[in-house]
Design a protein around this ligand. Structure first.
Ligand code: FAD
Length: 358
């Protein structure tokens, strides 16, 4: 097979995880080739709601906090779009209080501005919300959201000439030689590298299998509607996640529109991102979000997105450095939460790939 490119590392997938890792690798003087069948951030990353905060029970550890720190300083070089610091409010059942309180203490020790609020306090501060008295909230003043596609493009810009992107080129297999990887195969030819990062969402399963590695991943539907509440978004409206109903909302830009989504249990959807939310989804989103934000009950739907993310049926998203074949690293399964942790994942994944190359 013809060789079309060579580098220290080949990254499969130009989503935020692949791009964040590539940027860190280039920063430590590694050459990187990125391949993506659909182009830069044209999958879930480009469609992402871009909510960022440090409090993230789903990804237990400190990656969301680390990610937020990097986002707040506008990336490693200060060039990424600024975090829209509307604040972040996460609504929780009272039973979650002990763990949430411990998390808030940990976040504060790490320098984050986080506080636990009672239903009454939330009601006073955010009068547009209807908060049942048995719920609590974690509020972070220095959090909010980012335009995800622009962030992905900024990551790539920061990587500079050390990163070569082959857009419209899909990897079909991981090439192995002896006990290690030697690159990836594409219909256009081979890309040679001593390390391979699979950050290709659910497609990573199929690609890993070609190197004898089993990482089961499924798709889960995730999307949102763009709504226009009467009178526009309320003053001081934070980016909002309600873990009790699955609803999430944020301001959509500086205009009159808000983004509203509701977590879905629909799995194994085709890995396709499309503009617009189907009428049934519009109805479902409206029915759920209006429970906490009654003012959205009559809001006009002016757009939306139907997309997906990869999730591992038996665990959480993870970066795995495989011992066999040597040089294979996978970073997958972020299940609707990968954007906020991407800078941290990229930083750690790059450091672990560096150890593989050393
Ligand atoms: C609507 C929506 C809202 C979201 N909101 C938030 C949020 O508010 N906050 C948050 O933290 N997270 C959010 N997420 C989740 C977050 O966006 C994802 O977890 C994250 O973008 C996943 O990034 P990734 O790089 O792993 O994968 P992807 O973005 O899926 O990128 C994988 C890339 O691999 C490419 N690829 C696939 N197969 C191949 C192949 N064979 N060869 C080459 N390339 C290939 C694809 O084209 C794609 O570009 C949201 C997701 C969606 C869809």
């Amino acid at each position: 097979m013809t060789q079309i490119a060579a580098a220290d590392v080949v990254v499969v997938g130009c989503g935020v995880i692949g791009l964040a890792t590539a940027e860190r690798l280039v920063a430590s003087n590694r050459s990187v080739v990125l391949v993506d069948g659909q182009g830069v951030a044209n999958g879930p990353s480009g469609a992402s709601g871009g909510l960022v905060r440090a409090f993230d029970p789903a990804h237990g550890g400190s990656w969301a906090g680390e990610g937020l720190d990097v986002y707040l300083r506008r990336g490693w070089r200060g060039t990424w779009p600024e975090v829209r610091e509307d604040g972040s409010l996460v609504l929780l059942e009272t039973e979650a209080v002990p763990r949430a309180a411990a998390n808030v203490r940990r976040l504060r020790r790490a320098g984050h501005v986080a506080e636990l609020l009672s239903a009454r306090e939330m009601q006073d501060r955010f009068p547009h919300l209807a908060v049942p008295s048995d719920l609590v909230g974690v509020h972070e003043a220095r959090a909010g959201w980012l335009p995800a596609r622009e962030v992905a493009q900024a990551m790539l810009r920061d990587a500079g000439p050390g990163a070569t992107v082959l857009e419209g080129v899909s990897a079909t297999a991981v090439i192995t030689s002896g006990t290690g990887v030697a690159g990836v195969r594409t219909p256009e030819g081979d890309v040679a590298a001593r390390a391979v990062l699979l950050a290709a969402g659910t497609a990573s399963s199929r690609l890993a299998e070609t190197a004898g590695v089993h990482i089961p991943l499924r798709t889960r539907a995730i999307g949102y509607c763009l709504l226009e509440p009467a009178g526009g978004p309320p003053e001081g409206m934070p980016a909002f996640v309600d873990t009790t109903t699955g609803a999430w909302t944020r301001r959509w830009g500086s205009g009159s529109t808000v983004l509203a989504g509701v977590a879905s249990t629909v799995c194994d959807v085709p890995p396709v991102v499309s503009e617009g939310a189907p009428p049934a989804e519009q109805e479902r989103v409206r029915r759920v979000v209006e429970q906490r934000w009654p003012g959205l009950a009559g809001a006009r739907v002016v757009g939306g997105v139907a997309a997906y993310d990869a999730f591992p049926p038996d665990g959480n998203g993870s970066v795995i450095v495989w011992s066999e074949p040597q040089g294979l690293v996978t970073a997958t399964g972020w299940n609707g939460g990968g954007f906020k942790i991407a800078p941290a994942v990229g930083n750690h994944a790059a450091a672990w790939i560096e150890e593989v190359l050393a």
